[in-house]
Design a protein around this ligand. Structure first.
Ligand SMILES: [Zn+2]
Length: 330
């Protein structure tokens, strides 16, 4: 139901509450999206007179706040249709026209986000597929270009002969991206790319978050592995569909990363391999290191702009070439 409240919030209050939120601290109960949306709506109704008292109240709550964000509200009653999804997502995405989104012919399976948005997908199947490749964008909701690239590659897959059964999921974290101000985490404030069940997750992921990130709310790994429906879906999809390769699209570090049992691609277009490290709970760590499924992680150079058309194409062709050489597609 909280999703319905979002249009009621007002920009002036957003700014004021951003200040209050900063005062309340990143780990406070008051940092939960539900709490803040409710507070914004109420404050818009009360106007400025009530603001001082409200911010003060948030500061008071801080003392008793737990370390992790509160869980989000329940799912929407009726999930978005593909057409509604395209309407909402193309307003946010760089370089994705409504026509490109419609042309993707997305379908909704059973998978839903915390707020009940389908994790739309599109399969592009070659006449004689010998490999299954899963391409996932938008694991982090504020990396808009990653979802945009997936849409462009759906078109490329339809135009390029291969022996591959492609499964594209352009936006795995719709709750993070479709809210008024896109953010990295899902609706529960969880970084989905730290929520996969790598060995010793309970110890390592939490320790890493607390010690290395100083409890950065943008990197909160969740209360337990696979606590979120979005990461659970990807985990289960790997079990069900057994992809030979996972391509995970992110931004904005401008590099290529790789985890898994084969020789990594050295470059995709202008992105060069730079294996930066392994994080507890990440998809690369879980898929590539633990499950031995190669995971190519693309870090586009900008989160809000896509590469040029020719670069998008070159990255695609380089991915196909590496897949043929290393995994046997052709
Ligand atoms: Zn990311």
């Amino acid at each position: 139901m909280w999703g319905h409240l979002m249009p009621l919030s007002c920009p002036a209050m957003d700014r004021l509450f951003a200040v209050g939120r900063a005062l309340a601290g990143p780990h406070s109960l008051t940092n939960s999206s539900v709490f803040w949306r409710a507070a914004q709506v109420l404050a818009c109704g009360w106007a400025l007179a009530g603001l001082g008292a409200t911010v003060q109240a948030q500061s008071a709550v801080k003392a008793a706040a737990p370390a992790a964000p509160a869980r989000a509200a329940e799912a929407q009653a009726a999930p978005l249709s593909a057409a509604q999804f395209c309407q909402r997502v193309t307003r946010k995405l760089p370089n994705v026209s409504p026509a490109l989104c419609a042309e993707a012919q997305l379908g909704a399976g059973a998978a839903r986000s915390v707020r009940g948005v389908p994790l739309f997908q599109r399969d592009v199947v070659s006449p004689h597929p010998t490999l299954r490749v899963l391409v996932v964008g938008g694991i982090h909701g504020d990396e808009l270009s990653s979802t945009a690239l997936a849409f462009h590659w759906i078109r490329a897959a339809k135009e390029t002969p291969s022996n591959i059964h492609w499964r594209f999921v352009p936006l795995m974290n719709p709750d993070g991206m479709l809210q008024r101000r896109p953010w990295r985490m899902n609706a529960n404030g969880v970084d989905l790319n730290r929520n996969f069940p790598t060995p010793n997750w309970d110890k390592e992921a939490t320790h890493y978050w607390q010690q290395r990130t100083k409890r950065d709310p943008r990197r909160y790994p969740g209360p337990k592995p696979l606590s979120e429906p979005e990461s659970r879906w990807l985990h289960d999809e790997m079990e069900r569909w057994q992809p030979h390769l996972i391509v995970s699209i992110h931004a904005p570090y401008g590099v290529l990363d790789f985890d898994g049992p084969t020789v990594p691609p050295q470059r995709l277009g202008r992105l060069y391999l730079d294996q930066v490290g392994i994080f507890p709970g990440s998809l690369g760590n879980y898929g590539g290191v633990h499950k031995k499924v190669p995971v190519v992680t693309i870090e586009l150079p900008s989160a809000i702009r896509t590469p040029q058309e020719a670069e998008i194409r070159q990255m695609w062709l380089d991915l196909l070439r590496w897949t043929a050489d290393r995994l046997g597609a052709g």
